[in-house]
Design a binder for this molecule. Structure first.
Ligand code: OOG
Ligand code: NI
Length: 577
């Protein structure tokens, strides 16, 4: 900021608030879903305020905390993809993780992807897919490429602004606003205009609806823009009720359960996970109180009242219903992320073909996702998650209609598949299943030099060390594939090329012209850094076995430049706010 250029994170926040406004105008159901989520999040905060004396969230803060978004875009050409990478860099968003959607089994799609986000404490993300035309037979491949070659998504002005940002090292406020305008008014905007109806029909009939969504449209229109919720089950029940898919008494029953779960599970760790503006010291200062069933029922009445508003009668809006079940871990397993969605809307489109002929029809692609984020898993935790998920998926394949037929039975079974996964942060950390950030407590520091055990679990039990879980900031390809599948009303695709090509991270890096951050390296590095600092503060560094110490040092050393210090800065800034 000393450079005189606009702060990139500030630009990022403005970009996403503008995109959210744009999307709300394009899709009324999105705007209403935000209102439903705001009421649900308010109810969660009210339960938490009863439980923790001292905790309160103003409407303004709630709005801020709820403004986190992730978008999804699907790109056609490699040169466009590189421009997208350069565009997001102006907003301090770098590519994180490589997702190969061509190899997620039966749910595969002809795209590879990365997600653009800030390195630490990301507020926003964009999951950005790139179609692989060599997934298709030669004729289809060249038809897609020919159609794609005719469009220009980035205007000359947008390209000039991006180049200016790169050469100067930033943009002034006016240029920053111009680049945001390019994003909102052109690059990510839905126009309802498309080209090459024949190709569109061919791809849809062959089961490649995603390819049709990418190849035949003019822009990198936002497919969805996902807000975060504090309670997935409360939100999905509310949406299903107001969409007319669940009656009021079922809603009341499910919402009661959801809010009681918040009451039971909404401890200090939950507060730290969901309310980034609260420092640990603040959270630890709250006093926990018992909350009666009657008190929860009272909050539910208020929520029901709010949701009953006439303008939340969602059944009257253009919609195709809500997904049958939530992707991700069971509700009681606080890892990674849970996602759900209202299904893709049927929207009018107008095709203008090369010969000038016009064809009016409808397109079904844009849907309304929601998510709730939890702790980042270590590779060991991820393997356990994958096992639990595989067993849940196998059961689903045996009885695909269960969620629709008997949701309670479906949910009980789903929870049982995740039973091997611990539910409390202490155990998740002790068993090395999630990443955490450690810190010596005041008591620990006071005893520095006199301690013997270097075992973090023991030290934590004696309150000489404190920890908190790191939040998962990335995506899950299997969840994404599940969302693609249920929204497109088609399961997955198979290559029509003679042989399925292999796609690698390297390939996408050379398309982008820059390295893709491996998020796991960052989570592991942040954890290692905090552990080394903790040992140093406790005077225990020299007692660490050499091998252990050098592994921590190499993990911490693998952190991209500035990650650790930026991580700390934000924590401190939040504590001061
Ligand atoms: C992207 C799907 C991935 C998520 O939340 O996992 C995604 C798409 O539909 O284009 O957004
Ligand atoms: Ni998404």
């Amino acid at each position: 900021m000393t450079s005189g250029y606009a702060d990139r994170i500030g630009m990022q926040n403005r970009l996403f608030s503008e995109l959210s406004r744009m999307f709300g105008e394009e899709v009324p159901l999105y705007d209403k879903s935000l209102a439903v989520n705001a009421l649900c999040n308010r109810a969660v905060c009210d339960v938490l305020a009863l439980k923790h004396s001292g905790f309160s969230v103003s409407d303004e803060q709630l709005e801020k905390t709820s403004s986190e978004r992730h978008g999804a875009i699907r790109i056609g050409r490699e040169d466009e993809y590189r421009w997208i990478g350069r565009f997001f860099a102006c907003f301090a968003m770098e590519p994180h993780n490589f997702y190969d959607m061509t190899s997620v089994g039966a749910k595969s799609q002809p795209v590879i992807a990365t997600a653009f986000r800030s390195l630490v404490h990301p507020e926003h993300r964009v999951f950005s897919s790139l179609i692989r035309t060599d997934y298709f037979d030669a004729e289809t491949k060249s038809r897609i490429e020919r159609t794609l070659s005719r469009r220009q998504v980035f205007s000359d002005e947008a390209k000039a602004l991006i180049e200016k940002c790169e050469t100067q090292g930033g943009l002034n406020a006016e240029d920053g606003n111009s680049l945001i305008r390019e994003g909102v008014e052109r690059i990510f905007k839905w126009t309802g205009e498309a080209g090459d109806f024949e190709l569109y029909r061919h791809l849809c009939e062959a089961g490649f609806k995603i390819a049709a969504d990418i190849a035949c449209f003019q822009r990198h229109h936002l497919n969805h823009l996902t807000p975060n919720t504090f309670c997935m089950d409360l939100y999905t029940s509310a949406m299903k009720w107001r969409l007319g898919e669940m009656n009021e008494s079922s809603f009341r029953r499910r919402a009661t359960l959801a809010l009681r779960h918040v009451r039971e599970e909404g401890g200090l760790h939950f507060l730290r996970l969901h309310f980034k503006h609260l420092s640990r010291a603040e959270v630890e200062g709250y006093e926990t109180r018992a909350v009666s069933d009657e008190a929860v029922d009272g909050l539910l009445d208020a929520l029901l009242n709010g949701l009953s508003a006439a303008d939340l009668d969602l059944a009257n809006l253009n919609h195709n219903g809500f997904k049958d079940s939530t992707e991700g871990p069971s509700w009681d397993t606080p890892v990674l992320l849970r996602q759900d969605a209202y299904k893709a809307l049927t929207e009018p489109v107008r095709f203008t073909n090369e010969d000038g002929s016009v064809h009016e029809t409808v397109h079904t692609a844009r849907f309304g996702e929601i998510e709730q984020r939890f702790y980042a898993t270590t590779p060991k935790g991820r393997a356990l998650y994958d096992d639990c998920l595989a067993s849940a998926m196998a059961a689903k394949a045996d009885d695909p209609e269960l969620a629709k037929r008997d949701y309670d039975a479906y949910e009980r079974a789903y929870v049982a598949h995740f039973a091997p996964f611990p539910k409390q942060l202490d155990e998740l950390v002790a068993r090395g299943l999630v990443y955490a950030r450690f810190e010596a407590t005041a008591e620990g520091r006071a005893r520095a030099g006199t301690l013997e055990s270097t075992d973090l679990v023991t030290l934590a039990r004696e309150r000489l060390v404190a920890f908190e879980g790191l939040r998962y900031e990335d995506f899950l390809p299997v969840s994404a594939a599940g969302i693609f599948a249920s929204n497109l009303n088609q399961y997955g695709t198979q290559t029509t090329a003679a042989e399925k090509p292999e796609y690698t991270r390297n390939m996408l890096e050379s398309i982008l012209g820059k390295p893709i951050v491996n998020a796991d390296v960052v989570y592991r590095g942040l954890q290692a850094e905090s552990i080394l600092q903790t040992y140093a503060d406790l005077g225990l560094l020299d007692q660490l076995p050499a091998e252990h110490r050098s592994r921590l040092e190499s993990d911490a050393g693998a952190l991209p430049e500035g990650a650790a210090s930026r991580f700390e800065e934000r924590a401190v800034a939040a504590a001061r706010a």
